[in-house]
Design a protein around this ligand. Structure first.
Ligand code: NDP
Ligand code: 2IT
Length: 452
């Protein structure tokens, strides 16, 4: 069976050249499925692996728009609809200059299994553009979003494919995208999530990924007989996920000692809290400034062009982007004595670094389980839109807490069922647990629905 998996991986690599991020994501999932394939030979007979590494549909389109100087700009737009066996396509949009088909595919592939773990009926997709929102005026952002939606609208719909935010796409962009869809289609429907609460959005959606990942961390620590209180937490990034991870870690008594952006990292051993947290929200949400300004304002260390992993901490909480913890960073974190890694970002840890953490018996919460709170809350937004109701913040938060608890339990019990535990046998291998449980539900649906 091992050879069969390696053959599928080899074929996937050959068929999709120059797509390193997609190769990495697919290899991580496929290799971890070995115990499930041994137990369920029908998965091989039905060629589920061969079928699940192929997206159902990939759309690539041109986005031409005008900047403030009346110069024509040309970007590329994507929507990769990976799998709709368990529900309509669902997943975010990323606007970042690094966006390629490889990155879209890795994200859509991961999203498929993440959405399956939430227990809600959502298939997997991802989209975005190589458009760089940094330094653009509000008018430029609006015109770009309108042009992007003028093509995307024909591929999505509230029963077909429901995009949301990701890197570079927040409340402002969702507003412009939604406005254009509504205008073109003359329909007010829940075709996007992450909408403003006054026009169809859900309370807690902005907070959900950061809160949810912190709830997942709390669950992992309780298995170790520990809690967040008093723990020093190194967070990377300073965007949507990082901000609300900071807030929830603070609420649960942890100390957030780092933050970062693409220019560098800050180290604040006393913790990003109280007026410093309020400053962070204003800096990033209102002024759209750089994290360096936090260091200047509060007189703490700033490390230019650095990641935040070279500090004394108990927990690493990556919330920026893919492959931001490599084996060098993993060694530093292991030497610092960390007990847990929780992936707020998608695939922030390289395969080698993940292996190193698992070998050390460190509780490792993979993104598709740990950061599923964002899309889970998007699923709750869809439910509210269908009912034309709005739940209170406390009701949504309670449901989010419950969903994260259940994802943790599912990953833990699946790991135990397949004998996947770490060094001392007590800590579950959540990578194996999350991948097998997310995958088998999608696989069963694919088998039940015939050949596609
Ligand atoms: P934001 O755009 O709000 O913030 C992204 C943060 O990461 C910024 O601080 C940004 O710095 C930093 N960053 C982005 N790219 C790089 C890079 N190449 N190198 C260094 N730093 C970088 O995005 P989100 O917070 O929404 O997303 C963060 C991560 O969480 C992503 O991996 C995303 O896929 C994942 N995620 C997001 C969810 C959501 O609901 N938003 C749900 C689940 C996962 P700068 O401002 O300098 O670019
Ligand atoms: O990676 C992710 O899960 C997201 N960006 C959120 C997707 C969503 O549809 O809410």
């Amino acid at each position: 069976m091992e050879k069969y998996i390696q053959d599928v991986i080899q074929h996937m690599r050959l068929k999709n050249p120059s797509q390193p991020e997609f190769h990495q994501a697919a290899e991580e999932v496929l290799t971890s499925l070995l115990p499930a394939l041994e137990k369920h030979p029908e998965l091989k007979e039905k060629k589920i692996l061969e079928r699940v590494v192929e997206p159902e549909r990939q759309v690539i389109f041109k986005v031409a728009w005008m900047n403030d100087q009346d110069e024509i700009q040309v970007n590329r737009g994507f929507r990769v609809q990976w799998n709709s066996a368990i529900g309509p396509y669902k997943g975010g949009l990323r606007f970042h200059p690094s966006v390629t088909l490889s990155i879209m595919k890795f994200l859509a592939f991961e999203q498929t299994f993440k959405n399956s773990l939430t227990s809600l009926a959502m298939g997997g997709a991802k989209g975005g553009s190589d458009f760089d929102p940094k330094g653009k005026s509000d008018g430029e952002i609006m015109r770009f979003c309108q042009e992007f939606m003028t093509e995307l609208y024909r591929h999505i719909g509230e029963q077909t494919d429901i995009p949301a935010g990701d890197i570079g796409v927040g409340a402002r962009e969702i507003g412009y995208l939604f406005g254009q869809y509504r205008k073109i289609q003359n329909k007010f429907v829940g075709v996007l999530t992450g909408k403003g609460v006054e026009w169809g959005g859900s309370f807690i959606r902005p907070e959900a990924t950061g809160y949810g990942a912190t709830y997942f961390l709390d669950e992992m620590l309780s298995v170790r007989g520990e809690g967040i209180k008093g723990k020093r937490v190194a967070i990377s990034g300073s965007g949507n996920v990082a901000q609300y991870a900071v807030e929830k870690v603070n609420q649960l008594g942890g100390i957030v000692v780092t933050l970062s952006d693409s220019n560098g990292a800050i180290h604040d051993p006393d913790g990003v809290k109280d007026e410093k947290f309020e400053y962070l929200l204003d800096l990033k949400q209102v002024r759209r400034g750089r994290i360096k300004e936090y260091a200047e304002e509060f007189n703490v260390d700033y490390f230019k062009n650095s990641r935040p992993w070279d500090v004394d901490c108990d927990i690493a909480f990556p919330c920026a982007t893919q492959n931001e913890i490599d084996k060098h960073d993993a060694k530093q974190l292991i030497d610092s004595g960390i007990i847990a890694v929780v992936e707020g970002a998608n695939m922030p840890t390289t395969l080698e670094a993940t292996e190193m953490f698992l070998e050390q018996g460190i509780s490792f919460g993979p993104g598709k389980a740990a950061n599923a709170g964002g899309v889970a809350c998007s699923g709750l937004e869809m439910a509210q839109n269908s009912m034309r109701l709005t739940w209170s913040p406390s009701e949504v938060d309670a449901r989010l807490r419950e969903i994260m608890k259940n994802i943790h339990l599912l990953a833990k019990e699946t790991a135990q069922k397949y004998d996947a535990t770490l060094s001392d046998g007590r800590i579950p291998n959540y990578v194996v647990g999350a991948n097998i449980s997310g995958f088998t539900k999608v696989a069963r649906a694919m088998i039940a629905q015939g050949l596609f």
